[in-house]
Design a protein around this ligand. Structure first.
Ligand code: 2HA
Ligand code: ZN
Length: 295
């Protein structure tokens, strides 16, 4: 079968285009990767080229030896993926040391896999291990509302999780484990990859302060849906904070416990602290002081 006829490739392209249409991928922003199943890679074998150069990943992923991934290309635009997937994307294989990769399909006009390859592969390594191989998708997007919140909320897992859970009743059911937050770091390298993959041990979502988000999931629908749900919740919070300094009413810790029981999800108690709107009030108090003092 031709690569472009494979269902996993069609789903990959559709997801990239959905992200573009959401406005999450200005210019070359964002990247997507999928850990290809053995029968899927077998089905497109005729088009794979094993003669290319092996190049350094920039980190070590011993948990992914010999695995194949479909990934977006560095500097490529999500906007163009649907028009020219062979130029925008590639299929790579990780070697038997876990330190190098080879492009076996795609990037027909040259180029490299995503600049965030270390983060993608280290996240895949963690998720493959802790989900017994179930998770296959890692997605990075520049989601404007979540990014906006990283300028006003404390950069703490507890705060982002709780604030975003409160903004839509479905949120704690969609991401019951919560959200992790990485402080601002230089993107593209091993350090931010290590920090992100550490959070992926506990969460399916990691926020990169002043940059965007990483989501992980079993398949394309679940991973896109997760990104979409978190970003929509952030949009509601941005709207709420734009209208009022405090929430008049909200979902309470006891409400969350009741929801958890009926929906059969486990919500860690560390996110169900009391006097929650304190964080938002603190922020407004501090900002008011700042504005008054600078006048
Ligand atoms: O340009 O999003 O983080 C791709 C990116 C880098
Ligand atoms: Zn980015």
């Amino acid at each position: 079968m031709k690569v472009l006829d494979a269902n996993f490739v069609k789903s990959f392209i559709r997801m990239a285009n959905d992200g573009w249409e959401q406005g999450w991928h200005e210019r070359n922003g964002g990247n997507l990767s999928y850990r290809i199943k053995p029968d899927e890679i077998e089905s497109v074998k005729e088009e794979l080229d094993e003669s290319g150069e092996w190049k350094e990943i920039g980190t070590s992923v011993p948990g992914l030896l010999g695995e194949y991934f479909m990934v977006t290309g560095s500097g490529k635009y999500f906007r163009n993926v649907i028009l020219d997937p062979e130029d925008s994307c590639c299929i790579i294989r990780v070697d038997e040391t876990g330190e190098n990769y080879q492009v076996q399909w795609g990037l027909i006009h040259g180029g490299r896999p995503t600049s965030e390859l270390p983060s993608h592969l280290m996240n895949h390594e963690v998720k493959k291990r802790i989900t017994s191989g179930k998770y296959r998708v890692i997605y990075h997007a520049h989601t404007p509302n979540v990014i906006a919140l990283t300028f006003v909320l404390p950069l703490k897992d507890e705060v982002f999780t709780r604030e975003l859970w409160e903004m839509a009743t479905e949120c704690p059911v969609v991401f019951p484990d919560g959200i992790g937050v990485v402080p601002w770091m230089v993107p593209g390298g091993r350090d931010i990859a290590v920090a992100t993959s550490k959070l992926m041990e506990d969460y399916d979502v990691a926020v990169w302060a002043h940059h965007g988000m990483f989501c992980s999931g079993e398949d394309f629908d679940l991973t896109f849906g997760l990104m979409h749900t978190v970003e929509k919740s952030a949009e509601i919070l941005v709207k709420t904070l734009s209208m009022a300094q405090t929430k008049r009413q909200t979902i309470t810790p006891q409400n969350f416990r009741d929801l958890a029981k009926d929906f059969k999800v486990k919500l860690p108690e560390k996110f169900l602290y009391e006097q929650k709107s304190k964080f938002v009030q603190d922020f407004y108090k501090k900002r008011k002081n700042l504005l008054t003092n600078n006048r």
